[in-house]
Ligand binder design. Sequence first.
Ligand SMILES: [Zn+2]
Length: 150
Amino acid sequence: MFEESRLKIGETKKQLNVLKGVYVLIIRVEDDASVNVGALGKLTFEKGLYAYVGSAQNNLEQRIKRHLRKEKRLFWHIDYLLDNGTTKVVKVFHKQADKTEECAIAKVIGERGEPIDGFGSSDCSCKSHLFRIEDYRFLQDFMRVLYVKT
Ligand SMILES: [Zn+2]
């Protein structure tokens, strides 16, 4: 059964320290944005909702906190997108799973979303790990909510 835990990062320290697995960031792009995404070059993101799939096989807490932090060295494609002033992580889902499931979940989201070609998928054969989506409620069927922006 799906159990929603509306907890803020920081308040869930104990829990997150032992968590690892696959996560999905729900990102709101508040206005059409042209973003320089490292090696991918300049991409245009239409205003709307996006889902990004990643995995952290140790210290999920640190990884999520890093995504939520604005000040950081830009390393992953997702860092470039989140560095933009018009983007916000509004929700984070999590599932305890091996790294291999990261791509399986990307596939599931890909069936309902529009892939941003090559984004976050340099190390695998997926089309993308970032999708423009209309709705993220389906994720609640198999993932837990870890963070909700209030
Ligand atoms: Zn993949």
